[in-house]
Design a protein around this ligand. Structure first.
Ligand code: 6R9
Length: 648
């Protein structure tokens, strides 16, 4: 395979936090002298009681548990806000860019963020919130989303952010799973010029959530919405009635900070739990190393706060580092494909961090939209969420960054808290499509299906051999599921669910999920979730969902549906089922293709042969591609599936 190679640009050779030699030495020490290394790193945070212990984790069943810095005491909101007040109280902490280019951007200094956060925290307290309570946050990309996270952290409440694109049902399931007593939402969201009825979704969700006692509503669009007396209150009204200052709750390093639901290969989404000390250290350290943040830089992570990228790299990492972080309400290509670059110029952004799916969509619109803008402020470009195809990488590098900006391709997961394998701009030569090398303390390994560790240039399952500070601590309410999901496939190791290749230079190339998770536009979706939604429909007897390669989204959703006897396959029903899934889960789960099938390929023991369904969805229908079908209970179903394949 021919490989392009991009050495560290001259402008980055000097003055970066890390050059190649430093990165190598730093990594070596993080492995050899781990506890001392990490205790030193804790000095980047402000502790009420500094920790004296570092890693006390074990991946083994007998003494399983993840624990870091356990005797330390700190508060995340103090680290993200208060401690910056003296030195940079008047520096902009958050720049907010509204959905519409005609709207007015807003800027909040660290001092203003402090004031907003404190009042918000006092509103939560007045609504009855205490340390350890769960608070569900269902907000659009407005500054109040950042204030809400910080306000929870301030009082030690555990936030659970639910992406604003999820349906009332999905929201309800997540509220119930962690027994939230308070929901924070807005009247409406606004994306790509369209209103999103957030409060109405909350009202619908709460019909089945009797445990929720208060709903705090941010006035965002100002539309007229019904408020339920005794339950709902406007944030701006409640904020006037509370004190301006709010003391920060001292938290043990291992006290929970947040829950974030994510999809896996089986069952309902899991509540991934992150705790206080290790998570914040990881978010802050990786933000500094990957993005080489300098005081005064404007840094823009174009993710949504509803995903882990928004948590770690819009809010916690950058604010812990005293950065100016930009939050954008809208989508990159609305109202024009130049919108994202116009925002870069408008706010003189130095670092832009976005997803490959956005780049592919913009690339398709042609270079002219990029070239109408200057982008001279850009120094660094980042990507996250899915493998970046080398073509998109080169376009980002050449057309967007004019060959001047390193591309920081960060591989990580909700479970890992922050970047795990990624370049550092002054230290790492780049290869398009490779996330390159591990962060300090991260020990990636490639194992075969039996768990044998493969050395040198090789390909297989990506596992992580030891704990790191940002690792998730448990699945909310189901510690056994945490162990079963991540530590039993390859005992003694953390299973990522991703496949990877390692080349002769030791660079990692993520090849995608090896389990039944698909990655649609950088969003994780469990095939089982879409299947469960489909079979809830009265016409559907059985459903099997697989991913297929999609030019823009990376992967699309292909659903095979078996109908009940009397129901007739029709385009009408196809449309109904697509809308059904959107309503059950949310627009991100919209099936791209529905193929009606009289039967699904099953083994004699009744197991669906997904391998065959994947091949057909991919358009690989030769006998050779489909492999041995003789073990199927009824091999003829495959002929029918091939004959009726839907062009995707
Ligand atoms: C941060 C985030 C995690 C899954 C992960 C992998 C894919 C993320 C990637 C990448 C290749 C990258 N993924 N970053 N694949 N290169 N740079 O996206 O978390 O939503 O939990 O998704 O995304 O498959 O396992 P999450």
């Amino acid at each position: 395979m021919p490989e392009d190679f991009f050495p560290v640009p001259q402008a980055w050779v000097e003055g970066a936090y890390m050059d190649r030699a430093k990165r190598e030495a730093d990594y070596a020490r993080s492995i050899k002298d781990s506890d001392a290394y990490w205790l030193e790193r804790t000095q980047r945070l402000d502790w009420i009681t500094p920790p004296t212990r570092a890693d006390e984790s074990s991946f083994d069943e007998a003494d399983f548990g993840i624990k870091w810095f356990a005797d330390g005491v700190l508060n995340v909101s103090v680290n993200c806000v208060d401690r910056h007040l003296e030195e940079r109280g008047d520096q902009t902490a958050i720049i907010w860019e509204p959905d519409s280019p005609d709207g007015q951007p807003r800027r909040y200094s660290y001092r203003q963020v402090h004031a907003e956060m404190c009042r918000f925290a006092n509103v939560l307290k007045a609504a009855g919130a205490k340390k350890g309570d769960r608070i569900t946050i269902y907000l659009p990309m407005i500054p109040e989303a950042a204030f809400a996270l910080l306000a929870c952290a301030r009082i030690g409440a555990i936030h659970s952010v639910v992406f604003g694109g999820f349906s009332p049902d999905a929201l309800c399931g997540r509220i119930q799973d962690c027994d939230s007593t308070i929901v924070v939402t807005a009247d409406e969201g606004c994306r790509a010029g369209k209103k999103v009825a957030l409060k109405a979704n909350v009202d619908a969700a709460l019909e089945d959530c009797p445990g929720v006692k208060s709903v705090i509503v941010v006035k965002a669009t100002g539309s007229d919405i019904p408020m339920k007396p005794g339950r709902d209150l406007w944030l701006h009204e409640a904020a006037e009635k509370v004190a301006a200052d709010c003391p920060a709750e001292p938290m043990q390093a291992e006290d929970p900070l947040f829950i974030l639901y994510t999809s896996g290969s089986t069952g309902k989404p899991k509540g991934v739990l992150h705790t206080t000390g290790g998570y914040l250290l990881w978010a802050s350290l990786t933000h500094e190393l990957c993005f080489d943040y300098r005081p005064g830089d404007v840094y823009w992570c174009a993710a949504d706060i509803g995903w882990v990228t928004g948590h770690s790299y819009i809010v916690y990492g950058p604010l812990a580092n005293g950065a100016t972080t930009l939050m954008y309400e809208g989508v990159p290509n609305h109202p024009t494909p130049a919108r994202i670059w116009q925002i870069v110029d408008r706010h003189q952004v130095q670092t832009l961090f976005t997803a490959p799916t956005a780049l592919r969509a913009l690339m398709k619109e042609g270079d002219d939209h990029v070239k109408t803008t200057s982008r001279a402020s850009l120094r660094l470009l980042g990507t996250v969420g899915e493998p970046i195809n080398p073509e998109a990488w080169r376009w980002y590098h050449h057309v967007v960054g004019e060959d001047r900006c390193p591309i920081i391709d960060t591989w990580w997961q909700t479970e890992t808290g922050g970047a795990m394998i990624a370049p550092m701009p002054g230290a790492t030569d780049l290869k398009p499509g490779s996330a390159t090398l591990p962060m300090p303390g991260v020990v990636p390994q490639i194992v075969d299906t039996e768990g044998k560790v493969l050395e040198g240039a090789t390909e297989g399952n990506l596992v992580i051999a030891r704990s790191w500070p940002g690792q998730m601590r448990t699945v909310w309410g189901d510690h056994d599921r945490f162990f079963q999901t991540y530590f039993t496939t390859f005992p003694g190791k953390y299973t990522t669910g991703d496949g990877a290749r390692r080349d002769a230079d030791g660079y990692y190339w993520i090849t995608g999920r090896v389990d039944d998770v698909i990655n649609v536009s950088g969003h994780r979706m469990g095939t089982a979730e879409v299947e469960s939604a489909l079979v809830l429909h009265e016409s559907v007897a059985e459903a099997a969902v697989v991913g297929f390669p999609h030019d823009i989204k990376g992967q699309g959703i292909y659903a095979y549906v078996m109908l009940n006897n009397d129901d007739e396959a029709s385009d009408e029903l196809r449309k109904t089922l697509v809308n059904w899934v959107r309503r059950e889960i949310g627009p991100i789960a919209t099936p791209d293709v529905i193929q009606f099938a009289p039967g699904l390929p099953k083994t004699r023991s009744g197991k669906i042969m997904r391998r065959i369904l994947r091949k057909i969805a991919e358009g690989e229908v030769s006998a050779q591609a489909l492999g041995d079908t003789s073990t199927l209970a009824d091999p003829s179903v495959v002929d029918n599936l091939v004959a009726n394949r839907q062009g995707a």
